[in-house]
Design a protein around this ligand. Structure first.
Ligand SMILES: [Zn+2]
Length: 242
């Protein structure tokens, strides 16, 4: 009898050891599985160039370049309207539209103060801001001027050979013309420093002619400036198609 009890006790101890072992196996997996996704998620954030929007998709980075600034006034009209003021006004209207749509916006300037002096430094710094921040797109905003009378219209430049720049230019040109109904001067190529030196698809848009009074009035109008901004934003949003 003693022998049977002894054998049963041994069996119970063996069963207990086996069940403890199986329980630890099961619990161990579940602990690791719950930890793993957290680790992977933080690794993904760390290795990406940009940050993540709350939806989880990579947040696109748009660099907005308000042309000219500081001592560089850009073009000016007979009545004293300055290109640098209009480009800044449109840039500051464009930024919030993009931010509301989930984009990360970086400006090359947000006021009339620039900390670079020569024209060469200026253009390289503007491109550098885009490249250093791993921009997904770069848009430079300008206003046209001419000595000829009654020249009007919007035109957008990209760097020759950049098919993505061409696509971006087309979409922004169409976006602007859809909001502000100026003459379509088309998309063009030019070897501008900012277009050549920015790694991301880059465009330079000339919204209209400050030298033609009727167009100067449009460019100065805050409501029309909002439309220019909306048009550029439409082009950017359509470029990504999301
Ligand atoms: Zn300009």
């Amino acid at each position: 009898m003693k022998k049977i009890i002894y054998t049963l006790l041994i069996l119970m101890i063996i069963l207990l050891i086996i069940s403890i072992y199986l329980f630890r196996q099961a619990m161990g997996d579940s602990v690791y599985l719950s930890d793993k996704p957290v680790n992977y998620a933080s690794e993904d954030v760390g290795q990406a160039n940009g940050s993540f929007a709350s939806s989880g998709k990579k947040q696109r980075i748009i660099v907005i370049d308000a042309g000219h600034g500081g001592p560089d006034r850009g073009a000016s009209s007979k009545s004293g309207t300055l290109e640098k003021d209009i480009t800044l006004a449109v840039a500051l209207k464009l930024g919030p539209i993009l931010e509301n749509d989930g984009y990360k916006v970086i400006y090359t300037r947000t006021n009339d103060v620039i900390d670079w002096q020569s024209e060469k430094q200026d253009l390289l710094r503007r491109a550098g801001i885009a490249n250093d921040n791993h921009a997904d797109l770069f848009v430079s905003i300008h206003i046209n001027s001419t000595n000829l009378k009654n020249i009007t219209g919007t035109e957008t430049y990209y760097h020759e050979g950049s098919s993505e720049g061409q696509k971006f230019a087309r979409l922004v040109q169409d976006g602007i013309l859809g909001e502000v109904h100026l003459k379509d001067r088309g998309i063009k190529t030019e070897d501008y420093s900012v277009l050549r030196n920015v790694t991301a698809p880059a465009i330079l848009t000339e919204l209209g002619y400050i030298s033609t009074p009727s167009e100067e009035a449009v460019l100065k109008d805050p409501e029309d400036q909002e439309k220019f901004a909306q048009g550029i934003a439409s082009g950017i949003i359509n470029y990504f198609g999301d």
